[in-house]
Design a protein. Sequence first.
Length: 565
Amino acid sequence: MLLSHTTTLLALSLLSSVNVNAQNTLPQVDLGYETHKALSFNQTGQTYNFSNIRYGQAPVGNLRFAAPLAPTGRNNAVQNGSVGRICPQAGPSWYPIAAEFLVSLVEGNASSFNLSAAEQQLQAESLNATAPQIDSRMTEDCLFLDVIVPKKVFDGSKSRIKRRQSGGAPVVVWIYGGGYTGGSKGGSGNPSGLIAASQAGGGDGIIFVAMNYRLGAFGWLAGPTLQASGGVSNAGLYDQRLALQWVQKHIHLFGGDPKRVTVMGESAGGGSIVHQITAYGGQRGVPFQQAIPQSPGYLPISSYYVQENTTQNFLSLLNVSTIEEARKLPSTAVMIANAQQVAASSYGGFTYGPVVDGIFVPALPGTLLNAGQFAKNVSVMVSHMLSEGPLFTPPNVQTDDELKAFILQNTPGFPAQLLDYVVTTLYPAKYDGSQPYDSPIERTILFITETSFICNNYALNKAYGNKTYAYQFAVPPGFHGFDVPYTFWNGAPTNLTAFMVAPVAKTLQAYLTNFIKTGNPNGRGVPPFPMQGKNASMNTISTTVYRVKDDTSNPRCEWWAKGLF
């Protein structure tokens, strides 16, 4: 039976009243510099979403390309984080070609992949493109973070007795990937599945925090000219450090324990974690106790010449000659120049990322780890994918000369005598079964896999005396980044749903949340997960979990860890 008009209005009025009352009952937290109110409450997961909390001043004007500053003063207006923000970002033009190449690998047609045809198609499409698109959410004023907290945890923070008994809930801080030029705090996935996994078997669960950090030229412009002009190389790392310090200072207000913080991130996020562990050569400690770097990726850029050349090219795109002039330009102009420069990145590269600056990054992370210059009181769980390299592999790099040219393009000034050693001895063109590859393209894939990713894991495991929890994520096709939807699995469809296996996601989340809560991934209902140990073994997580030798422990990674180049 249809409701009368009056009854309908009354029902709508009551519903509106319920919604208003629900909004009015959302909790708020006084951070000192502002009062922040939860934006929403997830009825299913019983979690509060405190969204878009400012942790840094707007990095504009004189703070553009500079170290971030914590908020000061007092904003008397209650904030609820209703305005979404992402940092200015861009992507390289080789991405579409890489996507096609991955498809050819899955279909078994990699040997017939025509790079020139793909490039011609991309060029034809770019001719019809206008100026780089600027996302409406992009703003330089982007130093914000999210806190997702279970209601039980938040309510417990108001109880002195419960807080004294438990000390607060464990906290995981997520650092997103995206080649140091893309990504955002909410772009990796919904953490509700991860939080639910942390509550399995009882317990209130974990707190999830994710921060934005500056990207591209905004966060990674580097070199002598910048540093002499009041700027800092690796501003993105300083942003992350400031957010982590915010957690140490404020997370107890949400029910979290600042002495039980795990930092977790994938790709550029994982690489950032390694840089945080080795920051300042380990002389200043770290604002976390545990780390889960997944596929930690970064290029070994130590050359100040390369840094300076990138900066001068950027200034040229802006049509200015100094950093001071660049600081005076409107955001849109800087965003466009950044997009243009990142788009022109060489295949497999992003132009920007962490560099050796003599301060925050006094040397390459591998060198610092090898020399014992890192934070030693951190528990580590580190991972890599079954097939990290294909996404970043130029399909046309197959001969010795092509591989040498690729190395020089990405590492200018690479010593000639070492170049020959790398190509003819470390990765010789032998396809007779004596090497870990059977074709020229597989050789290039392995070179990129090891130098950009898994040898970073080797250096980390070795530095911590093999007392780490190492695993490989091996659900086919096992490409770089395909583990992220599993980390954030909550049953909802994703663009990788066709590949996903729900039981694997549950196993992975159990391992991760066990480690976040206890420093040990082992627990009820999951296969044993020993430390890597002196024999360098690891868990392979696929449709089953089994123990194998860690493939990051090999003579090639041992050579790269010495930093001889």
